[in-house]
Design a protein around this ligand. Sequence first.
Ligand SMILES: Cc1cc2nc3c(=O)[nH]c(=O)nc-3n(C[C@H](O)[C@H](O)[C@H](O)COP(=O)(O)O)c2cc1C
Ligand code: SF4
Length: 454
Amino acid sequence: MPRFEPVLSKNFRTEGIRSLDVYRKNGGYRAAEKALKTMSPEQVIETVTAANLRGRGGAGFPAGMKWSFLPKDRKITNLCVNADESEPGTFNNRVLMENDPHQMLEGALIAGYATRTTTAYIYMRVEFHEQFHILQKALDEAYAAGYFGNNILGTGFSMNCYVHRGAGAYVCGEETGLIESLEGKRGWPRIKPPFPAVEGVFRRPTVVNNVETLACCVHIIERGADWFKSIGTPGSAGPKLYTISGPVKRPGWYEAPLGLSCRDLIFGDDFAQGMLDGKGVKGCIPGGLSVGVLTEKELDCKLDFDEVRKFGLLGLGTAGAIVIPADADIRQVLMNCARFYAHESCGQCTQCREGTGWMYKIAARIALGAGRIEDLDLLSELSQNMGMMPGLSICGLPDGAVYPIRTIVQKFRGEFEERIRAQEPGRAAEVLQRLNRSAYSLPIFGQSRLAGAV
Ligand SMILES: Cc1cc2nc3c(=O)[nH]c(=O)nc-3n(C[C@H](O)[C@H](O)[C@H](O)COP(=O)(O)O)c2cc1C
Ligand code: SF4
């Protein structure tokens, strides 16, 4: 692969880059000045649209198009920077904020100007303690230098910006769950329409964008739409901060153009450099848990917005890869996935609340050695009957729940069947006891409900 000049991470190793002074010495806030002083908001939107910047938060929605949905006659606009980052396996937002906080703030300023935002809220997951202080300090400095507040850089444009800390729920990363939480309520996603562009925070038009999406805006304004489109693959433009975890030699973050293959990410010399202790790879969940799994044979899949779908995945997601070693028990992998969604479902929609719970219970039964072959069909059937895609739920959490379950069951069916056939007969009674003792139970499940699982 040709040598790639880092974009988003280019200043990560620059001494003192968290300070405004050093950030500015390295060209910081030049793009924001260009946008605010020489471009109209419409021109900024046109440029971002021409660059085909697709949202990095998971869904890949084009940013410029999202901004153009705002009602033309609005008086107030809010911008929510989605820094909730709760997708398992994902930490690129954290890395961006802790290594170069002004880059994201500059992106928020550019997006805010383009959308005529009056107030920007950075919604940050509560577990980001250190990053919160880093970001708040950077924001204070940026305010003092006139990049936020009234009459920014003497242009007449005014925008306030606040960092708001979440309360630690996966569903608060969903844009309307985030909005509810920001308003001080329980983070229950809202029924759409109305979409946030029409009625969002405090019922005002609102744009929600991911941290990395906004960081990309800085470079699009500085270097132009054609330059941005020259990176990546057709339909998936720009750089990407990939993350990788699991038993690889060098877990962490790596920047590359969109379209890096999963195999290169795991084995490439510039990336994770292969598996620890010569382990084999069973598979990889390449985009945060919700996208589903690739088997070892499928690792040449390019991680961009389109190719992943050919492999039965939900999408690119966050490009946060979780590598599953060859010696992992696939039953445990399945159970861990299912437990996460059962725990995080907010409970408003019946099929999500009950379906994620049942998927977990069935997966736990299989993992504990009391599975039945028909459980695999049951899981596949359940996975067809949940989510926004079949029009059954308020938000996309159950869609994200079914992809890992469905793809793990489908792609490793032979291994599951082998394990189930090798089970000791009469295991069910013992499993029931273990479940009731229950390192495996979720706090939300009473014993009587678990008992129904076996
Ligand atoms: C259950 C769930 C959790 C989500 N969590 C996040 C998150 O942590 N961060 C994020 O940016 N987007 C998350 N999203 C996607 C957001 O709803 C939204 O699409 C995104 O923030 C839009 O930003 P973008 O267009 O810049 O990608 C989540 C979606 C769902 C359904
Ligand atoms: S789909 Fe699930 S997480 Fe989303 S609102 Fe409904 S119950 Fe809550």
